[in-house]
Design a protein around this ligand. Sequence first.
Ligand SMILES: [Zn+2]
Length: 146
Amino acid sequence: MIKYNLICRHDHEFEAWFSSSKDYDAQREKRLVQCPHCGSAKVEKAIMAPNVSTSRKKAAAQTKRKEALAMMNAAAQTIRKEIEDKCDYVGEKFADEARAIHYGEKEERPIYGEASAKEAEELRDEGVGIAPLPDVLAPKPKKKVN
Ligand SMILES: [Zn+2]
């Protein structure tokens, strides 16, 4: 099947399906291809509009984006939960804690918390293994239970 964008002598544009270009020619010859607006059989192929269904495509793309976003949010939530469950929130003492663990002053355990860019840089300089947690993956800060 081929879809043609057609235009009649009154500049009405419309779409029509044909089994082949020959089919189109034959139907047009027999004046069977008529403008749905005015009934004129004087029709020509219009210049192909690249996106006839742009709005529909846009809507579909938007839906896909929303689905992808929802999936990412769900994944982020899982990771947040994982971090929250398995790691110890140490808040602003993160740098001290990370250092203490690194130097063996405290038992090794996964922690997370807040550190300034400067603190993070110092830790990295000292060879303390830390990784920045993107905001989206960071569990909401909570009071440290001690
Ligand atoms: Zn027409």
